[in-house]
Each structure stands twice: as structure tokens, then as C-alpha cells.
Design a protein around this ligand. Structure first.
Ligand code: SF4
Length: 730
């Protein structure tokens, strides 16, 4: 292996964004620490091999306990993404009709001057709230990622946008029940004797955790996957349980019922470390396995068996996937599942409990990153999930949104109600700015395109929501063309707008000094210099072999206990997903207890709709794409194949569909096309189509049919709460 270079010496350039050569020695390949910046819980520690300022290749860091030297199929040739011939290299302005992808090269000065002039004119006429930011986790860096532009837009006085694509309803439910704890460490699953992976296709989306699960399985652990279809992960399990989409909450409530009814409660744990057991017991009394069988399709006997094994095969672990929240009752489902380890006492054990997001114990200083103190009082909030409604006027916003800046996000493929989004982006009077790597489906509609840097071209630390390590990323390769980091874009805009706050002048390195609470106990012995030298650091929150954070309660809730019942709770979105703004939280009263809330679009709830659109669609992530990233790269397209629609033999036969036929999937919101794949992996009544395919390369996208309606908590998306019909396409 090449010697790993400490990048300290490379960080002398005071003007961030200035071109520095990553390689110190001409013609010599050197190795630098990187961090995978993508929206993935694994946040792999990487090694960048760089020669003459060019990224030659990437490898997983063999020293990282979770990465273990391996990268997934998406990232294993990351350098190809850096130097893809379609990479956006220069600022551009639109010279053809919106969406036509006709652009002309301009200078950075012209691009930024145009943006500032247009924004000043909009602010003069409509006020700053007529401008809206739009970003998500296309990059997970603390500096250049999700919250990277928040301070800038908060200072501007723009509309605050909620970004609740993935896990935010789960966050609300989790925080209400157990508080901001990282819960069960994903690394500790090696000690688990029973592992339930619930609504997560780990093989495609949490690969390195799956490796730990498989190791535990080899050591005798039983692995159960609960998912509506036979995913790659379900096929590797000892037991696949397949509830109907959106009915997981009924299964969870029946598990609670069966644990109590079978006398499997750890009463000592419940008495000492929980609040509300008697009320939950009463709520669960009628949620029997037989009741749940009628809703979920899972046999009552299986539910009883699962309850018994979960309670007795300790340490028992539950890994909740983000898909668990994606139907109307998703928040209540997460609450119910989160109660289970407290009932069984699984928290007593290393390797027992439940995993949501590790991020809650990472010492990130979101207030410093986002500067919510700069938000003008009364600033409104608009959801990223409903941006189509906002842009088209359906929301009747006053002032209307007259400009949107999009970075780290591609709503045309990833947000629901695609047709409305496209209609909104086609508005001639909307001034649209995109910072991007490629001319994505969304960037196609931009008036100004800004070329952004990629992984090895910028310094950052990568936020992790799926493990308990800090991850450093070295700026070690030269950016092609004129690409600059996202944070440099905001620095330059801030300077042009006369923002005097010191944070707008910090270099990326200075941002990192401020964005992490290095003095927190979790960072004992760790500072930025350590990160540069080692690439990653395990937080001081216990080791995988001894961590049992709730062995004796110690839940970071107001009572210090697990809240099986929460009196007076109201709905909210966790602040990091709304620029740390506390204004205009949803605020509606929540049921004090968990329960089952059925899907909004279902045969039971809306028979008229179901008569026209009888099939539930589930839209998991594609194995070779990362959300919509990589879906424009030929080798990933070859691996993934064209957009397919998994359908049961019975449903296909009823519609005269043969394997390989081109089919249309439609409802009142829109349609997309794909190739029928007749399979036993889905049961009758369900179709599965993975997402991420680009609209400009396919006929429609999966989200053409998705609803922008929120679920019950945290303004989460209802991607798995949609009815459709499938027919042969002409
Ligand atoms: S996408 Fe996930 S598994 Fe793949 S390299 Fe990045 S962090 Fe690792």
C-alpha cells in the first residue's frame, strides 16, 4: 500500500476553493483518507490514490471496523464519476427553452453577478421569502452537504424548507420514545443472538452492516427480515416475513400484544425504566395476532413465534429501515417497534435493543452550521416533498416562490408528484439555480448552472447516521474545469451580498473546527489534527463489545425512561431537517400511545380508489444507483438494467402481461413505464419498481405516481402508500 499522506500540509491555501494540487510529488501515486459522501448509513472510510492531482482509484479503508476494506458496487470505481465525460465543468446559462438542456458557458463572475442581481430584484419586489433553497443528502458532508447552505439562506431571509425525504418521521417517533440516543450500535450486532431487519434492504443500502449481520449469523444468530417483498436481503435471512405494504404497525402492535399475553415481559425493566406500561398494555389488548393476520397477511402463529423468539433469544436486535415510515402510519409504527426492546429487556445486553440513527450521539454543532439565529421572525416553512404544489401555485403562497436554488438534490426524480414539479420548473418567471455535477433531470430546468466539486476535490467531514465513527475527507485531487465546492459558492454569494458574519468567511478547515464539538466527551482525544492523521475515529460512547447504553434506563428523555406513553406530545420535524428553525412546527396533537394507522391509499380505507388502482407499489432503492446518483453512468446502468416492474404471476396474467413486456404504471398523479418482471418475489396485489432512474433517460420515473401527502409524524413521505394500475404499454 502507498504511504497515507497527512493532508495538513496541503491545507495552506487560505482562499478556500483555490486550486491546490493534492499530489506533493510529481509522477508518484500518493494515498489520502476519504469518506464516502453519499446518502448511505455506512459512511465508508475510503483511501484515495492520487497521482499528479488526479484521482487514480479508490479503496475501502481496511482499518475501519465497518468499512473493512470494501466499497459497494456504486463507489468501487468512484474515479470514473469524477472524470465522467458528462461532468459539468463550467458555469452555464440557459439559452434555450426551459428543460431543453441548451446552455452556454459563462464565467463565474457572470454567473454569480446574475444570481445576485436577480435575487436583489426579487427581494425588492416580493421580499426574501420568494427565494427558496432546495437541498438534501446528495452530499453528507458537514461543510458541503445537507446543511451547508442553511446559514446563507437563513441570513438571506429566504423561505425555510423542510427536507423530510428519508427517516424524519422516524426521528420524531424515536425522539418521543427514547430521546436522542444512538441506541444499539450497529457494530454490536456481532454479539446479537436474534436479529430482525425491518423494512431495510441492507444488501443494497447498508452493505457493511449486513456483513456484520452475516458474521453474527455464522456464529449462530437467527436473522429475520421483515419486508413486503423478497429483497436481496430477505433472501439471505433465515426467515422472511412479508406483511402487506403499510401494515407493519399492525404487526408491531400484535408483537406487543403477544409479548404481554405470553408472559414474556421483563417486568423489572419495565417497572424501573419505562413510563406508561399499563396504558400500552390496555391499548394492545385487542391488537391480537389474529387481528393483525387479517390486516398484514402474516399468520397469527408466526406473529406469536416472532414475539416469543424476540423476547427470549437475547441479545435481540432490531434494525429499523427508513422504509418503515413511508406510509400514513409510519411514525406510529416506529413508536411501536421502539417500545419492544424495553418490554423484553433487550436493552440490558450488548447487542440488544433497536437501531435507528447513530447521528444522535455525534457531536455536530447544527446551531453553528445552520445559524437559526439569523432567521427573520415569522419566516414561513415549505416542505421539499411538496415543492411541486408550491411552485405551481397550488399552495397559494404569498409571496410566490420566484427563485429556487437546488444543490445536493434532484427532486425531479426523487421527490413525489413529479409532474407538478416539472410544471413548476417550467414557469418562465421562476429563476432557477442548480449547483451540480451533471445536468440532472432537475438541473435541466436551471437558468444558471454551477459546477460543483466531487468527493476527493474538497475537504470535509462526512456526517454519519449509520455508525459511531467520525469520518474525514481530504481535498487531494484537482477539480476538473472550474468546479468549486458548494461552500465556496455560498461564500462568494455571501461576499457579493455583503454578509458580514464571520462564518461566511471561514475556510472549509475553519468550518470543521467550529462544526464539531471537539470538547465533548464523545470526542475525548480526538481533534481535527487526529482526524487528518487517522481518517476516522470511533466516538467515545462505549465500544461495540461493551456498549449497552440503556442497560439501566438512562434514556435521554425528560423522564430518563423509555416513553411507552407520551402525554401531550405534538408533531414536529427534527430541527436539522428544517435549517434548525423552530417556527411553524406542524404542532398537531399526537396519540399518547403507539397504535396501528392503516395506509391512506388502500382497499380498506379507499375502496373507490382501489377499484381503479388495485395494486400497492413499493419503490425501494436500486442496487447500482444511489438514489438518482450513478443512474447516468453506463456501467451502473448495465448492472442495474432498465427500469423494471416486479409483478406476480397472478396479477400479470389477469392483465395479459408477459415477462419482458413493456408496461405502464399509472394513477391519477402520473405514469411511468418499465419492463415487466414476473416473479414470485412479490405477492399478488403488490408491484415493486426501484427508483433513481433518470426521467431524461426513461419514460417517466417511479415518483411520477407518488403522493406528496405527509405521514402521521415528522412530515415524512408516503412513498409506499400509493395505489396504481399496471397495463401493457403500446
Ligand atoms: S454508498 Fe455506502 S456502502 Fe457504498 S461506498 Fe458509500 S458509504 Fe460505502
Amino acid at each position: 500500500m502507498n504511504e497515507i499522506v497527512n493532508p495538513e500540509s496541503l491545507l495552506g491555501a487560505k482562499e478556500a476553493g483555490a486550486k491546490e494540487s493534492g499530489a506533493k510529488s510529481e509522477g508518484v501515486t500518493e494515498t489520502f483518507f476519504g469518506g464516502c459522501p453519499h446518502d448511505c448509513p455506512d459512511t465508508c472510510s475510503m483511501l484515495f490514490d492520487v497521482k499528479d492531482g488526479q484521482l487514480q482509484g479508490v479503496r475501502g479503508n481496511p482499518d475501519h471496523p465497518m468499512t473493512r476494506g470494501g466499497l459497494c458496487v456504486k463507489l468501487k470505481d468512484y474515479e470514473k464519476r469524477h472524470y465522467h465525460p458528462d461532468r459539468l465543468l463550467h458555469p452555464m446559462k440557459r439559452v434555450g427553452p426551459k428543460g431543453s438542456k441548451q446552455f452556454e458557458r459563462i464565467s463565474w463572475d457572470e454567473a454569480l453577478d446574475t444570481i445576485v442581481a436577480r435575487w436583489k430584484a426579487i427581494i425588492d419586489q416580493y421580499g426574501p421569502q420568494a427565494i427558496a433553497p432546495y437541498s438534501y443528502l446528495g452530499n453528507q458532508g458537514l461543510v458541503h452537504g445537507l446543511n451547508g447552505g442553511d446559514a446563507f439562506f437563513n441570513r438571506l431571509g429566504a423561505t425555510v424548507t423542510e427536507r423530510t425525504f428519508c427517516g424524519e418521521g422516524s426521528c420524531t417517533a424515536w425522539l418521543l420514545t427514547v430521546g436522542p440516543t444512538a441506541g444499539l450500535d450497529p457494530d454490536s450486532y456481532i454479539h446479537s443472538k436474534y436479529i430482525v431487519i425491518w423494512a431495510c434492504n441492507s444488501v443494497s443500502t447498508n452493505l457493511h452492516h449486513w456483513a456484520i449481520v452475516k458474521d453474527a449469523q455464522k456464529r449462530g444468530a437467527k436473522v429475520v427480515v421483515i419486508d413486503a417483498y423478497a429483497s436481496r436481503t430477505a433472501k439471505g435471512a433465515d426467515w422472511h416475513i412479508a406483511p402487506k405494504p403499510g401494515t407493519d404497525g399492525a404487526l408491531a402492535m400484535a408483537l406487543i400484544n403477544a409479548i404481554i399475553a405470553q408472559g414474556l415481559v421483563d417486568q423489572d425493566y419495565v417497572d424501573n425504566y419505562t413510563v406508561g406500561f399499563e396504558a400500552l398494555k390496555e391499548r394492545a389488548r385487542t391488537r391480537t395476532p389474529e387481528w393483525a393476520e387479517g390486516i398484514t397477511g402474516v399468520p397469527a402463529a408466526d406473529i406469536r413465534t416472532l414475539a416469543r423468539e424476540l423476547a427470549t433469544a437475547q441479545p435481540a436486535a432490531i434494525r429499523m429501515g427508513v422504509a418503515l415510515e413511508r406510509h400514513y402510519g409510519g411514525g406510529q409504527t416506529i413508536r411501536a417497534v421502539t417500545c419492544i426492546p424495553a418490554l423484553t429487556g433487550a436493552w440490558r445486553h450488548v447487542g440488544g435493543g433497536v437501531t435507528q440513527f447513530g447521528v444522535w450521539e455525534h457531536p455536530y454543532r447544527f446551531d453553528v452550521i445552520c445559524r437559526p439565529d439569523l432567521i427573520p421572525e415569522g419566516t414561513r416553512v415549505v416542505s421539499n416533498l411538496q415543492i411541486g404544489r408550491a411552485l405551481t401555485g397550488e399552495m397559494q403562497l404569498d409571496p410566490p416562490i420566484m427563485s429556487m436554488m437546488c444543490w445536493n438534490s434532484n427532486p425531479v426524480t426523487q421527490a413525489p408528484e413529479t409532474d407538478k414539479i416539472v410544471a413548476g420548473l417550467m414557469r418562465e418567471d421562476l429563476f432557477m439555480v442548480s449547483a451540480e455535477h451533471f445536468i440532472s433531470d432537475t438541473a435541466s430546468y436551471a437558468d444558471i448552472l454551477l459546477p460543483a466539486t466531487m468527493g476527493a476535490e474538497m475537504e470535509d467531514m462526512i456526517l454519519s447516521w449509520g455508525h459511531l465513527y467520525l469520518t474525514y475527507n481530504t481535498k487531494c485531487a484537482e477539480a476538473p474545469g472550474e468546479a468549486i465546492p458548494n461552500n465556496e459558492i455560498f461564500r462568494r454569494l455571501a461576499a457579493r451580498l455583503g454578509f458580514e458574519e464571520e462564518n461566511f468567511k471561514w475556510t472549509d478547515s475553519e468550518c470543521l473546527e467550529h462544526y464539531v464539538d471537539w470538547s465533548s466527551p464523545a470526542c475525548e482525544g480526538i481533534d481535527l489534527a487526529y482526524m487528518r492523521e487517522h481518517g476516522f475515529a470511533r466516538l467515545k460512547v462505549g465500544t461495540p463489545d461493551d456498549r449497552a447504553p440503556h442497560r439501566a434506563g438512562n434514556f435521554p428523555t425528560p423522564t430518563g425512561k423509555c416513553m411507552l406513553k407520551v402525554e401531550g406530545a405534538t408533531n414536529f420535524v427534527a430541527p436539522p431537517f428544517r435549517q434548525m428553525y423552530e417556527g411553524f412546527q406542524p404542532g398537531e396533537a399526537l396519540d399518547p400511545l403507539p397504535d396501528y394507522l392503516g395506509p391512506r391509499e388502500s382497499h380498506a380505507n379507499d375502496p373507490e380508489l382501489a377499484a381503479r388502482y388495485p395494486l400497492n407499489i413499493v419503490s425501494p432503492k436500486s442496487h447500482y444507483f444511489l438514489n438518482s446518483c450513478y443512474a447516468n453512468m453506463e456501467d451502473k446502468q448495465r448492472g442495474q438494467g432498465e427500469q423494471f416492474v416486479m409483478i406476480s404471476e397472478a396479477d400479470a396474467e389477469a392483465r395479459g402481461i408477459r415477462d419482458g413486456d413493456r408496461v405502464q404504471v399509472a394513477n391519477d398523479r402520473g405514469a411511468f413505464k418499465g419492463v415487466a418482471r414476473i416473479t414470485d418475489d412479490v405477492r399478488a396485489g403488490i408491484v415493486v419498481a426501484t427508483l433513481g432512474y433518470w426521467r431524461q433517460l426513461n419514460e417517466g420515473t417511479v415518483n411520477s405516481i407518488s403522493s406528496g401527502a405527509f405521514t402521521d409524524m415528522g412530515h415524512a413521505p408516503s412513498f409506499s402508500d400509493n395505489l396504481v394500475e399496471v397495463s401493457r404499454a403500446n
